[in-house]
Design a protein around this ligand. Structure first.
Ligand SMILES: Cc1ncc(COP(=O)(O)O)c(C=O)c1O
Length: 419
């Protein structure tokens, strides 16, 4: 068997950077990325034969843990009958009904293949529906890698963002206005200047891509009010939060109804999927009924849909959320007594290596990322796998046992106090 180091070298020869998604390359923590052989429940096993308790959970889909037997059985059963047809299957109706039942304000959903596609479709739909071109997004929120979503704030807050990737045209960048997360005054200024031309605000209602950053009191309410008063749409990107904190969306939990919702990760139970959902009036603007084009050869893929349905049904039946939250609380309590600062919500958590609370990207950037890198490698040496970046969130799954949580907390005791 090849070691992770051997495989990384081989991968680098045929895959740019050796990875199919950049953060997997461990550039922000250093070292050679581990290559994974298998996963079961809360644990992964690397090709080097090391077993690790996993708090990354494939970046979010695995709320039930790795290879949940019911999910795997559902996938295997469907796969035997054919992998794709490019025509509608009954299971697509079933998952659409599940999603619209579990998130009561969704009338309709369109299935896509990733969170990126969900956000890209939501943006196009918002533009098509309103006949406007500009989008407001928040610095540090990630909505996948479509061109317009790869824009982050520079100092040009009121004039348009700065592309954070080469290859994004100036014309695209000019259409995206960027505000700091949790800064309602900045949003008001953008609307005062461009309100008549803003198609939508897109926001992670709980931000999970600069570490975990919660919305401050009133922030989401203000976004709802200002979009209503300017006839713009409010898009909640719930690719991380959907079904993560309860068997529904964060919007339903906090009582704020967005016009469009982006879903992904958990709704595919580990298979590639995404969805955009909203009211009938907006969703019917999508082709073939409306003039907003969107399509996908593998959209609604039977295998992905089977994994998603099984996952959602298990979540609805077993409601593991209180248990998951208790475990995350134990981590938070244990870590603060060990001198580490943990921000958590439900089963989502981040250790911020910072003296100050983090409420936006500017705060997040003050974190000691070198210390996080040390912590990451220290925890691997103790048998725990965390996200390989200070700015990604970690997850407790239903598969983590109380014993594993105490092992984790105990392991952090030996790490020197961070800041
Ligand atoms: C909030 C959010 N939106 C969209 C995406 C993009 O999803 P995907 O990686 O499935 O394209 C992500 C990915 O992490 C995400 O966290």
């Amino acid at each position: 068997m090849n070691s992770s180091a051997d495989l990384y070298q081989q991968a680098c020869a045929v895959i740019p950077g050796g990875v199919n998604s950049p953060v997997r390359a461990w550039h922000s923590v250093g070292g050679i990325p581990l290559h994974i052989e298998s996963g079961s429940g809360s644990r992964i096993t690397t090709v080097d034969g090391t077993e690790l308790i996993d708090f990354c959970g494939s970046w979010g889909p695995l709320i039930l843990g790795h290879a949940h037997p019911r999910v795997v059985a559902a996938v295997a059963k469907v796969a035997e009958k054919g992998l794709t047809f490019g025509a509608t299957t009954p299971a697509e109706i079933k998952i659409a009904r599940l999603l619209t039942d579990m998130i009561p304000y969704l009338d309709m959903v369109r299935l896509v293949n990733s969170g990126t596609e969900a956000a890209m479709t939501a943006i196009r739909l918002a533009r098509g529906f309103t006949g406007r071109s500009k989008i407001v997004k928040f610095d540090g929120c990630y909505h996948g890698h479509s061109d317009s979503m790869l824009v982050s704030a520079g100092s040009g807050l009121l004039t348009g963002g700065i592309a954070s990737s080469a290859g994004v045209s100036d014309a695209t960048t000019r259409e995206v206005l960027v505000a700091p997360y949790n800064d309602i005054e900045a949003v008001n200024e953008l609307f005062a200047k461009h309100g008549h031309d803003i198609a939508a605000i897109i926001v992670e209602p709980v931000a999970g891509n600069m570490g975990l950053v919660k919305p401050e009191k009133g922030f989401l309410e203000c976004l709802r009010e200002i979009t209503n008063s300017h006839q713009s749409l409010l898009v909640f990107d719930e690719v991380i939060t959907g079904f993560r904190l309860a068997p529904t969306s964060y919007g339903a939990i906090c009582g704020i109804t967005p016009d469009l919702t982006c879903l992904g990760k958990i709704i595919g139970g580990g298979m590639p999927i995404g969805a955009v959902g909203g009211t009938k009036a907006i969703m019917e603007q999508l082709a073939p009924l409306g003039s907003v084009y969107q399509a996908g050869t593998l959209s609604g893929n039977p295998v992905a849909v089977a994994a998603g349905i099984e996952t959602l049904e298990i979540l609805r039946e077993t409601k593991p959320y209180d248990e998951i939250q208790k475990k995350a609380q134990a981590i938070g309590a244990g870590l603060s007594s060990n001198g580490l600062h943990c921000c958590k919500l439900g089963g989502i958590f981040t250790f911020f290596f910072s003296k100050n609370p983090v409420s936006n990207l500017t705060d997040a950037k003050l974190c000691d990322t070198k210390k996080y890198a040390e912590f990451f490698h220290f925890m691997i040496s103790k048998g725990f796998y965390l996200p390989p970046s200070q700015f990604e969130v970690a997850f407790v799954s239903a598969a983590h046992s109380d014993h594993e949580i105490s092992l984790f907390v105990n392991a952090t005791k030996d790490f020197q106090t961070p800041v």
